[in-house]
Design a protein around this ligand. Structure first.
Ligand SMILES: N[C@@H](CCC(=O)N[C@@H](CS)C(=O)NCC(=O)O)C(=O)O
Length: 221
């Protein structure tokens, strides 16, 4: 099988790229990577060379191009992993897929108000809509760990695509000091101690931060 290529955004900001990158690294799939810096005057032009949606990540394998993080994770799961990236049990798998899709499609207030920025340690102001979504995120983590977490530290015990989808959200929840249940906090600490995520965060720390407008945050004293 030929070596695939991932086109991703910079480590500090590209939440969707983290999801795919994490899956590839966790399952030790060899790949080449090109990183395009987001929020620059030429970012769109550079992304357009690879991505029909004008968004990253994009995954290129043989003559196949896949975009959108969850679609890429599914492609990797089918093509490289013989479906090992979802839980094997039908009930667990059904819930894991529901969670992954929900994390991908919903939480618009949270994603806007609490965007992943690996370099920030801040206390974010909450709107009631964001607060409600954080409550739902807490419930998702709590229920998965409580009902399906046996046999490992991840949402469904063993590492799965659901953890990839949650990873950038976990970075934000942790960085911005979300009020969560103990079980959810423990999971987030375990996920953020994953060596691949630690490596990503170290790399993000080294990137030059882009001046972003409209992020309403107060640095911890
Ligand atoms: N649904 C897409 C969302 C991708 C997305 O929002 N990508 C951002 C980076 S994380 C992007 O490419 N932004 C560049 C832009 O919008 O100009 C996915 O999950 O892959």
């Amino acid at each position: 099988m030929s070596k695939p290529k991932l086109i991703s955004g910079d480590r500090n900001y590209s939440s969707s790229s983290l999801r795919v990158w994490l899956l590839l690294n966790e399952f030790e799939i060899t790949f080449d990577e090109t990183i395009i810096k987001l929020f620059q005057s030429d970012s769109v032009e550079k992304i357009a060379m690879f991505s029909p949606s004008l968004q990253l990540p994009v995954f290129i394998h043989d003559s196949i191009k896949v975009w959108d993080s969850l679609a890429i994770c599914e492609y990797i799961n089918e093509t490289f992993l013989e479906s090992r990236a979802w839980p094997q049990h039908a009930r667990k798998k059904a819930v894991a897929r529901s969670i992954a899709n929900e994390l991908h499609a919903d939480f618009q207030h949270f994603k806007k108000d609490w965007p992943m920025n690996c370099q920030l340690k801040a206390r974010m102001k909450n709107s009631s809509s964001t607060e409600k979504e954080i409550g739902r995120l807490d419930a998702i983590i709590y229920c998965c760990r409580n009902n399906f977490g046996d046999g490992g530290i991840y949402l469904f015990g063993q590492f799965s695509i659901a953890d990839c989808m949650l990873a950038p959200i976990a970075v934000a929840l942790n960085a911005y000091g979300a009020n969560l249940s103990l079980l959810s906090k423990k999971y987030i600490q375990a996920l953020l101690s994953n060596p691949n995520i630690e490596w990503w965060l170290e790399q993000a720390e080294k990137e030059v931060e882009t001046e972003l407008q409209n992020i309403n945050w107060e640095k911890f004293a």
